[in-house]
Write a protein that binds this ligand. Structure first.
Ligand code: 13P
Length: 248
């Protein structure tokens, strides 16, 4: 079988951080660089969306599972699409924890985003205690299978996966390249049992304490197609270094 070339993707998840000056600083820094070899996405908090130029690819950090209605504080996939948003992070571990988002709720959000032609970045990943208990692969399988059950495997060609081990998020404790590769390969093989073509072409990002200094080693792994970056995406120079570390 022909080896597919997966165009790398680096997405910056600002979480509830950043300010107006950072929008300009980040844009200026990225505009000056040659980033033709990858896709770069910024996922800022909602109020900053309108401050970005249309040349910047934007992603949301959340979307409602409802289409519209009495859901105070929620934002629909249609609204995101209306404002030029292309990607949406779904199932981030912080939302699974803080907002009690279940695998089923995450699956509904993926379906809603796909209906509006948004590209979900579906996050999966285990806590330290799950890893220690030896249930890592069962846990990740359940997270992925809930979405397959909802939208079908074929739709996975319209989404991106992100493996973000919770113990590596914001801790400075990055997964080793071998640890990341092991899980990415597992995910790809799991998908391949259902659809080999989808599995070969889907992008799987790594997230968790990625920095300019460790990005290249992580991205050089066979099944790592880029990164979902938290803290380092708030530093334009470090974020640029991460983008430049993506496979050419
Ligand atoms: P850090 O890069 O700060 O560890 O965050 C990763 C993350 O949660 C991205 O979604």
């Amino acid at each position: 079988m022909e080896v597919p070339t997966r165009r790398p993707l680096v997405a910056g998840n600002w979480k509830m951080n950043g300010d107006k000056p950072l929008v300009d600083l980040m844009q200026n820094r990225l505009e000056q660089a040659d980033l033709k070899h990858l896709d770069v996405v910024i996922c800022p908090p909602f109020p900053y969306f309108g401050l970005f130029k249309s040349t910047m690819t934007l992603g949301a950090q959340n979307v409602s599972s409802f289409d519209s209605g009495a859901h105070t504080g929620e934002i629909s996939a249609k609204m995101l699409q209306e404002f030029g948003c292309r990607y949406v992070i779904v199932g981030h571990s912080e939302r699974r924890a803080d907002n009690h988002e279940s695998n089923q709720e995450v699956a509904l959000k993926v379906a809603t985003a796909l209906n509006m032609k948004l590209m979900p970045i579906l996050c999966v990943g285990e806590s330290e205690s799950i890893r220690d208990s030896g249930k890592l692969f069962d846990y990740i399988t359940a997270q992925i299978d809930a979405v397959i059950k909802q939208v079908g495997i074929a739709k996975f060609s319209d989404l991106v996966l992100a493996y973000e081990p919770i113990w590596a998020i914001g801790t400075g404790k990055t997964a080793s390249p071998a640890q990341a590769q092991e899980v990415h390969q597992f995910i790809r093989e799991h998908l391949a049992k259902k659809n080999a073509d989808v599995a070969a072409n889907i992008k799987i990002l790594y997230g968790g304490s990625v920095k300019g200094s460790n990005a290249q080693e992580l991205f050089s792994q066979k099944d790592v197609d880029g990164g979902l970056i938290g803290g380092a995406s708030l530093d334009p120079q470090d974020f640029l270094s991460i983008c430049l570390a993506a496979k050419q």
